[in-house]
Ligand binder design. Sequence first.
Ligand code: CO
Length: 294
Amino acid sequence: MFKASHVCGLVLVIFLLALGAQAFAGHGAEKPTKKGILLVAFGTTVPEARAALDNIDTKAKARFPGLEVRWAYSSRIVRQKLAGQGLQFDSPAMALARMMDDGFTHVAVQSLQTIPGEEFHGLQKTVAAFSGLPKGMDRVTLGLPLLAEPADVEACAKAVMASLPPDRKKNEAVILMGHGTHHPANIYYPGLQYSLSRLDPLVLVGTVEGTPSLDDVRTALKARKVKKAWLQPLMAVSGDHAMNDMAGEEDDSWKSVLTADGVACEPVLRGTADIPAFVDIWLDHLQAAVERLN
Ligand code: CO
């Protein structure tokens, strides 16, 4: 004998079959969700410096299991030099186009820049261009660089303090060499200096191309009668700037200039991408970008 519940069940099965058939019919087909991560660095031509980026790669894969992690270098000059050595790296636009073609529906892009300057704003435009393209990806989000929100400045100052050279004595200075820029985002360097001064007055920030300058650092060292300084890059990798402008043997390197001032220098060739406390800040920003994919 037929029971009412059986009839209802049968109707439901037919209804679901009809729905299924519709979903698989040609143009109506829904593409499956595929989420991924794109890490974007300026790039480096120094082979040893790439280990710092490999470190971020390993940490990102461990923190976001199940999400494919891809890379792009934003510097055309770096990509061209590497291509000459047989190493192919995509630009952010090329990497996103490839991910689009490979069926990714949601991509979190993470900037491995230090400040939201020109490089970051360029990346922001690229990411915007890939959002909402016909037959493209459903959503592309962008994670902020190391120093972006006010809390990042405090977190970065703490990361500096947590990664001071182990042999540094209290009366020795630690000088962080940032890149610096003409872009308004240069303000993060004096901002970080402000936070650091409250934690340790002998931890100084200088930049290659912006403010504070090397001369600002020299003035501070003289005023505090510093005899020894540790030099370390405030850049993701210890690349060309760190090896030449900071620790190089030429007369105008920071090491040479400060040594001539009577300050003994001890360079530490380690990029921030190699230091856990800094990597954590970048990965927290990536976490926020991954969460915004939903
Ligand atoms: Co530069």
